[in-house]
Write a protein that binds this ligand. Structure first.
Ligand code: SF4
Length: 258
C-alpha cells in the first residue's frame, strides 16, 4: 500500500472504524467482535491479500516516509535553534530510569513468575494433555463419546487456549503500564491515559486466565496443587493491579467499553 492507496483506504472507510480500538484490545482478532470496526484488522487483511513483493514495496515506502519526516524535523529544529540531540539524551535517560523502576516493580516480577510457571506447567503436562486430546478425538470419531464428555473436552481446550494467549501478554501490558511516570495533567487525562489502558488490558487477561485455571482445577483434580499455586500468583497480580492503578476499571477502552 503506497501513500496514495493508504489515503484512499481511509477515505473509503471514513466513519466505519472506531478510532484507536486496537490500542487497548488483547489482539485476539479471531475472537474479536469488532473486526469490522477495526482499521488495524482491515489493513492486516488487505496486506494479507498482497504478494510478498507488494508488501516489501509498502515497507520500503513507509521507511522512505519516515526518512522524509525526519529530514523535515531536523530542518525545522535547526531553524528554531532546538538541539534535538539534547532532547533525545534527556528522553533516553528518563526512559531508562522508568524502565528500571518498571522492571523492579513487584507487579513485573509477579507477572514474569506467572509466565514461567505456566510455561513449566505446559512443559510438564504436554504429554498427558496430548493423550487426553487423542483419546477424546478417538471416541468422538468412534461415536462413543457422550455429549457431556464432548462439552468437558471443549471447555478444557478453550481454557488452555485462553491461558496460552494471555500468559505473556499480562507481563508485556503491565510493563507498558508501569513504564509511565505520574500523568502530566497539562497533557494527560487522570483516567484516560495509557498507563490505565494498558493495565486494564493486563487485568482483563488476568481475570480471564483466573477463570480458565479455575475450570482446569475442577476438570483436572490430579493437578490440584500446581493449579492452586498458579491461581494464587494470578490473584496476587489482580489485587496488586487494583492497588497500583486504582482507576483501572474507570478507563474506557474505545469500542469495548462504550
Ligand atoms: S480490536 Fe479486535 S480486530 Fe482489532 S486488533 Fe484488536 S482484537 Fe484484532
Amino acid at each position: 500500500m503506497n501513500k496514495k492507496e493508504f489515503q484512499e483506504f481511509f477515505d473509503k472507510n471514513k466513519g466505519k472504524f472506531i478510532s484507536g480500538i486496537y490500542n487497548y484490545c488483547d489482539r485476539w482478532c479471531e475472537r474479536c467482535n469488532f473486526t469490522s470496526k477495526c482499521s488495524s484488522y482491515a489493513m492486516e487483511e488487505q496486506r494479507g491479500n498482497k504478494t510478498d513483493d507488494e508488501n516489501e514495496g509498502f515497507i520500503s515506502q513507509v521507511s522512505e516516509n519516515i526518512k522524509i519526516a525526519m529530514e523535515m524535523l531536523l530542518e525545522m529544529a535547526q531553524e528554531k535553534g532546538i538541539d534535538l540531540n539534547a532532547i533525545d539524551n534527556e528522553v533516553d535517560e528518563k526512559e531508562e530510569q522508568l524502565e528500571e523502576l518498571a522492571k523492579n516493580h513487584p507487579l513485573a516480577k509477579q507477572s514474569m513468575d506467572y509466565s514461567t510457571l505456566v510455561r513449566k506447567w505446559f512443559d510438564e503436562n504436554e504429554t498427558s494433555l496430548e493423550k487426553i486430546t487423542q483419546e477424546i478425538n478417538q471416541s468422538i470419531q468412534l461415536g462413543t463419546a457422550n455429549e457431556e464428555t464432548i462439552n468437558e473436552f471443549d471447555s478444557i481446550k478453550d481454557a488452555l487456549e485462553v491461558i496460552r494467549w494471555y500468559c505473556f501478554q499480562i507481563h508485556v501490558k503491565l510493563m507498558r503500564a508501569l513504564r509511565h511516570d505520574e500523568p502530566d495533567l497539562d497533557f494527560e487525562d487522570p483516567i484516560q491515559n495509557d498507563a490505565n489502558g494498558s493495565a486494564k488490558v493486563a487485568l482483563i487477561g488476568t481475570e480471564r486466565s483466573l477463570g480458565a485455571w479455575g475450570l482446569l482445577h475442577r476438570q483436572l483434580p490430579e493437578q490440584e496443587d500446581e493449579i492452586l499455586n498458579i491461581l494464587l500468583v494470578l490473584d496476587k497480580i489482580r489485587k496488586e493491579v487494583f492497588k497500583v492503578f486504582p482507576d483501572v476499571n474507570a478507563f474506557i477502552r474505545p469500542g469495548f467499553d462504550e
